[in-house]
Ligand binder design. Structure first.
Ligand SMILES: [Zn+2]
Length: 274
């Protein structure tokens, strides 16, 4: 069996043997579906910087402006489609009994690709939260019928159920992801520069606890030197190949059809990265 082009056989072997897998995704995966990162210059909207819109202070000052921006973003997302990376991750999920998808993205594209209930570190743009009761609700309609939307129970303002600048991550999501990172035996980090803390610490938590950690990114990142392997390229190009090879290998392992020795003799097998 020839390994997928450009992906070391040893890497597939090591990932294939894992039983508890965590996949961590970031904005790079969404960008390949045409969704801007809404950071810095790329995120300018009506001359406003995202850093001046995605804050409690901005919302407190002008909730109509902030909700209009989120409405605009939700329309972009509604017109976007999950890409090959989203779908590859959903296929991977189906092959592991113990699988956790952790995402920094708020667009809901993982669910639309078939993933079930990712851990959302930064919330979800399709939900709102009552500013008084802190209850969350799915957002009705797109675009919103009324801006700003109000809580149907108590009449208070609703805010987007996303993490703004200066806010902590949702406690439960962070604890779930930290627990998964601490106990997994392999982690894939996809489309995130791993500089936004505290999500950035998850690959290092996994590595520290003995997991095999692989990233898929367009460029090397601050964690590249600290983990086991870096695959450079678009997630939508790299992940389908990686997942094809991995599912093929795991299928072979389950059927007892282990190619490993024969391939080693043929010189096809590459050294593992660990
Ligand atoms: Zn309420």
């Amino acid at each position: 069996m020839k390994p997928a082009s450009g992906i070391a056989h040893g890497l597939i072997e090591r990932l294939g043997r894992s039983s508890r897998l965590v996949v961590l995704t970031g904005s790079g995966v969404s960008r390949e579906s045409g969704i801007p990162t809404f950071r810095g210059e790329e995120g300018l909207w009506r001359q406003h910087r995202p850093e001046d819109l995605a804050t409690w202070e901005a919302f407190d000052r002008d909730p109509v402006l902030v909700w209009s921006w989120y409405d605009y973003r939700r329309r972009i997302i509604a017109d976007a489609e999950p890409n090959k990376a989203h779908r590859a991750i959903a296929r991977l999920e189906g092959d592991f009994d113990d699988f956790t998808l952790v995402t920094q993205n708020v667009d809901g594209l993982h669910e639309r690709a078939g993933s079930g209930g990712p851990v959302e570190l930064h919330g979800n743009i399709w939900r709102a939260r009552c500013t008084k009761e802190l209850t969350t609700v799915d957002l009705p309609g797109n675009p919103l019928a009324r801006i700003p939307p109000k809580c149907t129970v108590c009449g208070s303002l609703l805010r987007p159920d996303v993490v703004w600048f200066g806010e902590p991550l949702p406690m439960e999501a962070y604890e779930t992801s930290h627990q998964a990172a601490s106990t997994c035996d392999a982690m894939l980090v996809v489309g995130t520069s791993a500089v936004v803390r505290p999500a950035a610490s998850l690959p290092l938590v996994a590595k520290h606890n003995g997991a095999f950690v692989v990233e898929v990114n367009m460029t090397y990142t601050p964690i590249s030197a600290l983990i086991d392997a870096t695959l450079i390229g678009k997630a939508g190009d790299v992940l389908p190949k990686l997942v094809d090879a991995l599912l093929d290998r795991r299928s072979g392992m389950r059927s007892g059809n282990d190619h490993q020795d024969a391939e080693a003799e043929n010189g096809v097998r590459e050294p593992t990265a660990s």
